[in-house]
Design a protein around this ligand. Structure first.
Ligand code: ADP
Length: 498
């Protein structure tokens, strides 16, 4: 019998990847390629949607060729993507009217301030689960309509379409016949009512967005359509999509309420599944849709650490204390503590639960004996402290502790970091064998829609633990460390305010 795989398209912020998975969730082929970043103004970030498309298809072809597979070996395609990034294109020609405005782009800051000044914060939060911020797609879409000549009129007359990246890729794969967004991606647009699962008419009116350009919002696991036979030589079902962080939560098999994952990458992203009820945060976390599956919608609370592994890059590239990230583990272990030093890497302000855009980084608690090793250790510990703060916010909002905590991302290779993290959180951490959870989640969502996997139970057995980190820290010591951290964080507040 012919071997069948699931093709996961992982469209990230800096690169496109394609990974083929088998039934056990093992990677059988992988191809990856970076694409160009555009910085046309200070704080602006753009991508070329056509380059994203061609790069994505290029790596998909390459992944197939690498194992001599064809479209016939692929059961379905699942897509995961950088979230919030906004594309507008002509419905008839498929030509984007402007570059994709990337999630990191801050060009709509002032407009977002004006929405806040109008007192709309609560209204937006209640409907969308989000804080008003340039990060989300809505104000980026508005910017394109207001600033690209003729765009608003063309959108109104039904000539233009809007999409986040999964929408754009599905539209291109189906040669323009399917225009959909999955619930998890829709929930990042700041235009989507996460309770009713509809585009919110009041918000659309406020932002002045014609509804006819919006995609149909659909579950994260269903057959959306088939890829055009011209792309892979024959059609392949497109059967799943989810934003990168939600997809990672799914890939980590956090299917039940109270199950959480944290990704230690350049930044840190923590999500906890809150089941079928959206939980409103009192601690500055975001309420988001995790996925729509089997006629149900799962919600999540999300918090992010702006600077996580990037602190280690900073030590390497700017301070030049280390040569590579991996050596930080041995250096941190060479001392028994940080000798009272703390690094607060608030380089770009602080996110949840502090939300201070004016906070700036600081090294505190220095005494004459603090050396390079202590500082390296303090940098790693800062990643754990920030994650701890998100965890306590989540527990407070949910009204109970997390049930399970799974980790992934590049920096989760660091055992010292995870041991310290487990100690701080006073709970075990689980690191899976496959830390490529983002693309795996999209593969699972697609395979569930086609019957490649029968149920989430079928998938659970694929999740294999690599290491469990058990807490091993005295309560009194933990309190002492955390007191010091929170004191240090407070010192950074408001630093950049004039
Ligand atoms: P992203 O996908 O966000 O670009 P990755 O998940 O690949 O990032 O993780 C890379 C980040 O993790 C970098 O910021 C790097 O400094 C950090 N990192 C990688 N390996 C280690 C390590 N062994 N210890 C600590 N940090 C690490």
């Amino acid at each position: 019998m012919m071997k069948k795989y699931i093709m996961a398209l992982d469209q990230g912020t800096t690169s496109c990847r394609c990974i083929l998975y088998d039934k056990q969730g093992h990677q059988v082929s992988l191809a990856q390629k970076e694409f160009k970043q555009f910085y046309p103004n200070e704080g602006w970030v753009e991508h070329d949607p056509m380059e994203i498309w061609s790069t994505q298809i290029g790596v998909a072809q390459e992944a197939l060729l690498k194992i001599d597979a064809t479209y016939e070996n692929i059961d379905a395609i699942g897509i995961t993507n950088q979230r919030e990034t906004t594309v507008v294109w002509d419905k008839n020609t498929g030509e984007p009217v402007y570059n994709a405005i990337v999630w990191q782009c801050r060009r709509t800051s002032e407009y977002c301030d004006s929405l806040k000044e109008k007192g709309l914060t609560d209204a937006f939060r209640k409907k969308t689960g989000l804080l008003i911020d340039p990060y989300f797609s809505g104000t980026k879409l508005r910017w394109i309509l207001k600033n690209v000549e003729g765009a608003y009129e063309r959108a109104k007359s039904g000539e233009l379409l809007f999409g986040t990246i999964e929408t754009w890729l599905i539209w291109k794969l189906t040669e323009g016949s399917v225009h959909v967004t999955d619930y998890s991606n829709a929930s990042r647009t700041m235009m989507f009512n996460i309770h009713t699962l509809e585009w919110d008419k009041e918000i659309l009116a406020e932002l002045d967005i014609p509804e006819c350009m919006l995609p149909e919002a659909v579950p994260s696991s269903m057959i959306y359509g088939e890829s055009s036979p011209r792309i892979f030589g024959g059609p392949i079902k497109i059967a799943g999509a989810a934003g990168d962080q939600q997809s990672a939560l799914f890939g980590q098999t956090c299917f039940k309420e109270g199950e959480a994952k944290n990704t230690y990458g350049t930044g840190g992203f923590m999500l906890v599944n809150t089941g079928e009820t959206p939980v409103e945060s009192k601690n500055g976390l975001i309420t988001t849709i995790a996925w729509g599956l089997d006629g149900k919608v799962n919600y999540a609370l999300e918090g992010s650490v702006f600077v996580s592994g990037a602190t280690i890059q900073w030590l390497r590239d700017e301070v030049k204390l280390i040569e590579n990230a991996a050596q930080t583990e041995e250096i941190a272990r060479s001392v028994s503590d940080t000798a009272g030093a703390y690094i607060v890497p608030a380089f770009t302000g602080l996110g949840a639960p502090y939300w201070d855009p004016y906070a700036r980084g600081a090294v505190l608690g220095l005494t004459r004996g603090v050396n390079k090793n202590h500082l390296v250790r303090a940098a790693l510990e800062s990643m754990a402290y920030q994650t701890y703060d998100l965890m306590t916010s989540m527990a407070e909002d949910m009204g109970h502790q997390l049930n399970t905590f799974k980790v992934d991302g590049g920096a989760c290779a660091n055992d010292f970091l995870l041991e310290f993290q487990a100690g701080l959180m006073n709970m075990p951490l689980y690191r899976p064998e496959c830390i490529e959870t983002t693309s795996l989640g999209a593969a699972y969502l697609a395979g569930l829609a086609t019957g490649y996997w029968e149920s989430t139970d079928d998938i659970l057995s694929n999740w294999q633990v690599d290491c469990i980190f058990y807490p091993d820290m005295e309560a009194e010591y933990r309190e002492e460390l955390l007191d010091g951290w929170h004191k240090a964080v407070k010192c950074t507040f408001g630093w950049a305010k004039s």
